[in-house]
Design a protein around this ligand. Structure first.
Ligand code: PMP
Length: 429
């Protein structure tokens, strides 16, 4: 494959944009080489600036669950754009989308829209603090909740790729209120709770982690965490930015059968436009301004274009509930295909999967937390990533990211991916 134009565009971008990108993981730092500049995308395929066609396994990091340029979403956006793109005043479509989200997601009465997953998580924690009158939070090493200061403590995703899971610029004052626990280790959380009795406002977690690769929670862990939070009067926040409207119509709460107290959304809920949201039962949401004292706002929050994209997306997912099962089946098929090839070539690996999230780790031991994820062999991962890219398969350019399957992927695409791996595997030894 030729990447001449992508290389030239990247060089020019670096002149004007730090690192040439507006979000670090796009720069290919973890895998080396030149980032691919996208020209357009349709369905399961990306078309880059050099004219290459790639099978897309990142789906814009989750949002494009129905494939790129999904017709109902595009129609909704274009139709809406002609009527004006922002008013800073209420519009009916905000309520329409809120109502649909409240119907689809268990255990919430109200939802507030923001512009990103970061904002959703940041606001959820402020709400938890305001509601509980307590200040500390517990987060899990390797989980990523956006780039607000309180979360850049042992964060996953791009933060770990760039060697700064705990970023400079976060004050010690902020850091001291964020306590760190090990994913899938309930005893560790219990010990933290005990040592900080009555001080913990909330535990925030990715109910299925996707930012240290995909790591499912063990059933005992997630159930125990819910019970612990209830007993200790701690709010449980599910960061469903990845899992929301992906694992099931009602997200991880429905998929795992565990309810949280506050939910954060992003990605799918915006249909590919910048939307985040947080939601809870009425008794918690009424603490939010203008009803209550916890302040939160946004010039472009509830933006009509973004709402129309989100509405077209969620309406489709709500009407065609079979999509979730069919995505899971495709992901299982891919899982089995990848495992078969890697095993037949004797390549040490682990595959983690939950619903339509999946990741391959080149390590001997099960990947259940940040430390076991970090044990993966990054040199093998680089060869895997670039080998697959040369075969026209676009995987996440970091071992600390999950793949997101989309409904437009056909079984032929999956077979082509598995065949591509057959060609790449001899190089992974
Ligand atoms: N939470 C999770 C679980 C995420 O995966 C992400 C982004 N990948 C965020 C929050 C932050 O979302 P955004 O990038 O939209 O700010």
């Amino acid at each position: 494959m030729i990447y001449q134009r992508s290389s030239a565009l990247f060089r020019e971008a670096q002149t004007y944009i730090p690192g040439g990108v507006n979000s670090p993981v796009r720069a290919f730092k973890a895998v080396g080489g030149t980032p691919i500049f996208v020209k357009e995308a349709k369905g399961a395929y990306l078309y880059d600036e050099d004219g290459n066609q790639l099978v897309d396994y990142i789906a814009s990091w989750g949002p494009m669950i129905l494939g790129h340029a999904f017709e109902p979403v595009i129609e909704a956006i274009t139709d809406r754009a002609r009527k004006g793109t922002s008013f800073g005043m209420p519009t009916e479509i905000e309520t329409t989308l809120a109502k649909l989200a409240v119907e689809m997601v268990p255990n919430i009465d109200k939802i507030r829209f923001v512009n990103s997953g970061t904002e959703a998580c940041m606001s959820a924690v402020r709400l938890a603090r305001g509601y509980s009158g307590k200040e500390k939070i517990i987060k899990f090493a390797g989980c990523y909740h956006g780039h607000a200061d309180a979360f850049l403590i042992q964060a996953g995703s791009g933060a770990v790729t760039f060697g700064s899971p705990s970023s400079p610029g976060v004050t010690q004052g902020t850091a001291k209120d964020t306590l760190l626990a090990r994913y899938n280790d309930l005893e560790n959380v219990e010990a933290l709770v005990k040592a900080n009795a009555e001080e913990i406002a909330a535990v925030i977690i990715e109910p299925v982690a996707g930012n240290m690769g995909c790591i499912p929670p063990s059933p005992d862990f997630i159930k125990g965490l819910r019970e612990l939070c209830t007993q200790q009067n701690i709010l449980l926040i599910f960061d469903e930015v990845m899992t929301g409207f992906r694992l099931a119509p009602g997200g991880a709460q429905e998929y795992l059968g565990i309810n949280a107290d506050i939910l954060c959304f992003g990605k799918v809920i915006g249909g590919g436009l910048p939307v985040g949201a947080f939601a809870a039962r009425e008794e918690i949401m009424k603490f939010l301004a203008p009803e209550g004292p916890v302040y939160q706002a946004g010039t472009l929050s509830g933006n009509p274009l973004a709402m129309s994209a989100g509405l077209a997306m969620l309406s489709t997912l709500n009407e065609k509930g079979e999509i979730f099962g069919s995505l899971e089946k495709k992901t299982t098929y891919l899982h089995e295909g990848i495992a078969g090839v890697l095993e037949s070539h004797g390549i040490i690996h682990q595959i983690n999967r939950e619903g339509s999230m999946i990741s391959v780790h080149f390590t001997e031991d099960p990947v259940v937390d940040f430390d076991s994820a970090k044990a993966g062999d990054n040199e093998t991962f680089k060869r895997y990533f670039h080998g697959m890219l040369k075969q026209g398969i676009y995987l996440p350019p970091s071992a600390y990211e999950s793949y997101f399957l989309n409904d437009a992927l056909s079984y032929d695409d999956l077979d082509a991916t598995i065949k591509a791996l057959e060609r790449v595997a001899p190089d992974l030894k």
